[in-house]
Every structure is written in C-alpha cells, then in structure tokens.
Write a protein that binds this ligand. Sequence first.
Ligand code: GAR
Length: 206
Amino acid sequence: MTKIAVFISGGGTNLQALIDAINNEYIKEGYIEIVFSNKKEAYGLERAIKSGIKTMFLDPKEFSGRQEYDEYLAGKMNSMNIDLICLAGYMQILTEKFLDKFHGKIMNIHPALLPSFGGPGMYGLNVHKAVIEAGVKITGCTVHFVDKGVDTGPIIIQKCVSVDDNDTPETLQQKVLKYEHQAYPEAVKLFTEGRLKIVGKRVVIS
Ligand code: GAR
C-alpha cells in the first residue's frame, strides 16, 4: 500500500477528490497517512479531520527560514515512511534539499496545460487571468512530477478545457477545477499501481 502525504495551503478541493477516490475504492492501493499545511486556517485541514485523517501544521514563523522548515518537514515525512507526496494547492516552493530526498515521489497539480502558463507567480487565479489575456482557446490542467524547476517536471496527465468568449478568470477556474478533480485521482491511482516510469522528461504509463 502506498502511504500518501498531501500538502495543502488552502481550500483543499483536490485533497477532497483524493479522499473520495480512496473512499470509493477508485484508488485501492494507497491511503492518505497525513495532510500537511503551511497555513493554519487552510480549510483542507478540516476536510482531513472530517475524514479521520491525521493533520499537521508547521508555523513558518517558528523556523529560521525555509531550509530549516523543509528539513524538519522532510524528517517528519521520513519517519512516517511516506511513499508519495501530493502537492494540492501547496503555495510554497520546496527547497532543493527536500526535492533531492523525495526524487520521483512528489507530484503537483497545476491549473493549466504546462509548459504554458507555469513558473514563478503562476498560481491560482493568476494562471486563468494569463490564459484569458493570451487569448488561447484551450486550457486545462496538468499533473506532473516535481523537479527542481517551477512547474517543469515530467508530465503525467493533462486534461483540456475550452476557453469561451464569455469566460472570466473565475469561471475558468471553476471549469478547470472540475477536471483537476478527475486528473489527480487518475495520476495517483497509476502511481499506487506502479504504472508510472520516468524516462528523461517523459512519463511512460504501463
Ligand atoms: C488548484 O486549482 C491547483 O491547481 C492550484 O491551486 C488550486 C488549489 O485548489 N495550484 C497552483 O496554482 C499551483 N501552481 P484546492 O485547494 O481547492 O485544491
């Protein structure tokens, strides 16, 4: 069984999609051991508690900086023998040391079709604003493994969503979220079944 940690900073609708997929046995080979947040008020923590999942919050103010924060967090993940870390609206970039320790074991979901509309500053509504400003007709979401760049890691799954003339960043966000809630459980299911292999920049699905 794959032991999963989900990292959040906010509402946690993607977390909820993963919880539901495990509860309805779409994902059979994994379970969420812990939900971690860097924000105390993240609603996702309540979702976890309601589902009987352990939660952890670490206050950034209690650490000298990001290195120390991530080192402590990595120690916690190691002591729990976590196999997979799912970033689900975790609005903090992980330090290189942390990434080295969990190479190939961290996934992220991004609300656009990478490699477009990714990188520093591209999160939440900013992404959908940029999509509309660029005038593209198709957007979507991407689940990818995390590497040392921002939103640059090997892509696992993408889903397309059309951009309509009357879409606003808010309506687009809602449309894309619906597809995120399908894509993330699909990617996690594949991982827990041992069907993902990273080959260079590509992810081969067996
Ligand atoms: C999601 O749309 C996710 O793709 C995005 O934050 C939202 C979190 O929603 N992540 C990023 O923008 C990362 N660059 P949720 O808390 O309801 O799952």
